[in-house]
Design a protein around this ligand. Structure first.
Ligand code: SF4
Length: 395
């Protein structure tokens, strides 16, 4: 694909139309040819075969696409600039220069699941486990309210202690103490009845990344007990219960191809989530993916920008993973069309133990206590952090 054809794709996206899947794939490769930040380890092929066999799938061996840099590095940079400018313009049409903040409270790092990329997976015997008490969570909300947060995100592993009754009680206590605040849950896969009950108890939003829209790729990232179909069913159940629903995916996860990313875009277009979290894959030392390279920051930014053009009203965070992978990742995320930041409100000792991947940021501007530093950094990019629930609005 030459530069003019690539610019035509940006124009098509800017006009609210979606190009053909093959054009999208060539466009992503032209914008950000490197999928990974380093070489894929030698054992990747054997791992892939064994994971596919575990899932009962026929072999489909990943081959990193041969580098066909259709554009020179200068042209690719120019193309990314045009794409990010368009995404930024689209975001500014709907949100002005406002950036919404959510206070992230990591309520438990105990999890029954075994996602292969995650540092707090059940199989990681070295993870130091913790669970916040309801009182500790309420203290975090109180502290966060004083700092200007009007959304609290309760995020945790799939911890059986958090039954429907306990979570519902907690939600009611939060909503009665801070009725002007929104509560987002991010507590994994549950039943339709559970999602319904928690919604009635006051939860406004729910984040559940789809991780990959390609079921074969999903089977490589998760053990056979965790099904792609169930993840999709859960996402549909959340929408049916009336949540503002968040999907999302990692960029550069092991065995991800450009076509996987196109599948993700097509899924987002069909599902129309109200929120989308997109961050680079970053390995964790105590997981099966320890030896894999991180995903590319440029490719992540390209996916954020394309998502913004496809879903103009969506709430798109500049994710912690983006800030971890690049010192200025949050700012670059905003300049590529993101409009949300999620500083960490968890108690300091919990933050250090909620290690989803290596070197995960939880200090500095990532820490809610340093909201003034974050405000300054965001102001320097021409944006303003606002005190607002930041609900999804479709016009
Ligand atoms: S990604 Fe979530 S569900 Fe999977 S192991 Fe980690 S905390 Fe558990």
């Amino acid at each position: 694909m030459n530069l003019q054809q690539c610019l035509d794709v940006v124009q098509t996206l800017f006009e609210g139309r979606l190009p053909q899947a093959s054009e999208l794939s060539s466009f992503i490769d032209a914008c950000a040819p490197d999928a990974f930040s380093g070489p894929v380890p030698a054992e990747a092929a054997a791992m892939e075969s064994s994971f596919l066999a575990e899932a009962g799938l026929s072999e489909r061996v990943f081959e990193p696409a041969p580098k066909e840099n259709s554009l020179s590095p200068d042209d690719a940079r120019h193309l990314r600039d045009v794409l990010f400018n368009c995404a930024r313009r689209r975001a500014q049409e709907h949100f002005g220069n406002r950036i919404y903040i959510r206070g992230l409270i990591e309520i438990s790092n105990i999890c029954r699941q075994n996602c292969r990329y995650c540092g707090i997976r059940a199989g990681n015997a070295q993870a130091e486990r913790y669970r916040l008490s309801p009182e500790q969570i309420l203290e975090c909300c109180e502290h966060g309210y004083g700092l200007g947060f009007r959304t609290f995100v309760l995020q945790g592993g799939e911890d059986a202690w958090f039954t429907d009754e306990r979570l519902a009680d907690l939600l009611r206590r939060i909503k009665s103490s801070w009725p002007d605040c929104a509560v987002t849950l991010s507590v994994g896969e549950r039943s339709l009845a559970s999602y319904g009950l928690l919604r009635q108890a006051g939860a406004d939003r729910f984040l559940l990344r789809h991780e990959t829209a390609d079921p074969v790729h999903y089977a490589k990232l998760h053990p056979a007990a965790q099904s792609w179909q169930n993840r999709m069913n859960c996402l549909r159940a959340l929408k049916a219960c009336g949540y503002q629903t968040g999907a999302g995916f990692m960029v550069g996860s092991p065995w991800q191809t450009t076509d996987c990313l196109v599948e993700d875009l097509l899924f987002l277009r069909d599902f129309q989530p109200e929120m989308v979290g997109i961050g680079p894959f970053i390995p964790h030392a105590q997981t099966p993916f320890a030896g894999f390279p991180s995903g590319s920051v440029e490719r992540t930014l390209v996916m954020v920008a394309m998502t913004r053009l496809m879903l103009p009203f969506a709430m798109l965070p500049a994710t912690t993973a983006l800030g971890t992978a690049a010192g200025d990742g949050r700012e670059r995320g905003i300049l590529a069309g993101a409009n949300v930041l999620m500083p960490n409100l968890s108690p300091r000792e919990a933050r250090a133990r909620y290690r989803l991947y290596n070197n995960k940021l939880s200090e500095g501007a990532e820490c809610a206590d340093n909201i003034r530093e974050l405000r300054k950094r965001i102001q320097a990019t021409g944006y303003e952090i606002v005190v607002d629930r930041g609900d999804f609005k479709s016009c």
